[in-house]
Design a protein around this ligand. Structure first.
Ligand code: PAF
Length: 281
């Protein structure tokens, strides 16, 4: 496995490669990331994993400074997982001059997480497009835990004609259901014991939808249940899988998404659900 930190190094590492699969990450890798690497290996013999904590996607009061940076451990895990190249650029390599040009993501980027993290998806889309240009992957793998991110990157790749196939990886969960996330490391023991409730509540919401409960009632009940256990809820929302907008009559493939705080840690998760055509929305 090659570890490269600059553009010429990346170019050399990829010179003889025909088809590349890219797994973009911010490091502090867990088994969920390694599962994405496995998925990438199923698509291409050459798997590039990028590790870069992207300042453009953090708000001024967010955790950019404290986000865990664990490059040596990450590289050891990636070596075992069979990655071919780790691209771990510094901020000056990726942004040699102050970034003045950004990807304008679709309007849905201002909704859900975007309503609470202004500019977040603009920063994500911009760095991901840069990585696509630098690596030139045939495939790029993203986790479904970041459902809105995946949706926006798909839209960007499609509408900006980026010749890459976006591959979605299922969310990997701890035995108690908590979605694996680098930010789980911020949770204290009491919070960690409470954390699986987000997934439980979203699953209950999905069950209520299949039983015919109206979306607005499902969202309200989900929020109330989390709040009653001490969570500060950003949103519990039922959306169409196809548009990420509120479902309209005839939408049968839905997703329940949630974002909520336990103390100082913000967790997100989602559950996909299929409902009957005649279910009340
Ligand atoms: O999901 C992440 O880790 C980041 O948002 C990504 C896609 C690597 C862009 O910085």
């Amino acid at each position: 496995m090659l570890i490269v930190a600059d553009r010429p190094g990346l170019k050399r590492a990829l010179a003889a490669r025909e088809e590349v699969a890219l797994v973009p990450t911010m490091g502090n890798l867990h088994d969920g990331h390694l599962k994405l690497v496995e998925l990438a290996r199923g698509r291409s013999a050459c798997v590039v994993v990028s590790i870069f904590v992207n300042p453009l996607q953090f708000g001024p009061s967010e955790d950019l400074a404290t986000y865990p940076r664990t490059l040596a451990e990450d590289c050891a895990k990636l070596e075992r997982a069979g990655a071919s190249v780790v691209f771990a650029p510094s901020e000056t390599v990726l942004y040699p001059r102050p970034q003045r040009v950004f990807v304008e993501p679709p309007p849905i980027a201002g909704d859900l997480c975007g309503a609470f993290r202004p500019g977040h998806f603009r920063g994500v889309a911009t760095v991901v497009l840069k990585l696509f240009h630098l690596v030139g992957p045939r495939f790029a793998v993203f986790g479904k835990k970041d459902y809105q991110q995946l949706f926006i990157i798909r839209a960007m790749a499609e509408q900006l004609d980026v010749p890459v196939e976006i591959v979605a990886g299922e969310t990997l969960r701890a035995a108690d259901g908590l979605a694996l996330s680098s930010r789980n490391g911020y949770l204290g023991p009491v919070e960690r014991a409470q954390a699986p409730r987000l997934y439980q509540v979203l699953r209950e919401c999905a069950q209520a939808l299949t039983a015919g409960t109206r979306c607005a009632d499902v969202e309200q009940a989900g929020r109330a249940r989390l709040e009653s256990h001490g969570w500060r809820v950003d949103y519990v929302a039922v959306r169409s899988q196809a548009t990420l907008s509120p479902p309209v009559r005839g939408d049968t493939a839905l997703v329940v998404l949630g974002a909520a705080w336990l103390g100082r840690t913000r967790l997100i998760d989602n559950v996909e659900v299929l409902i009957g055509e005649d279910s009340g929305l």
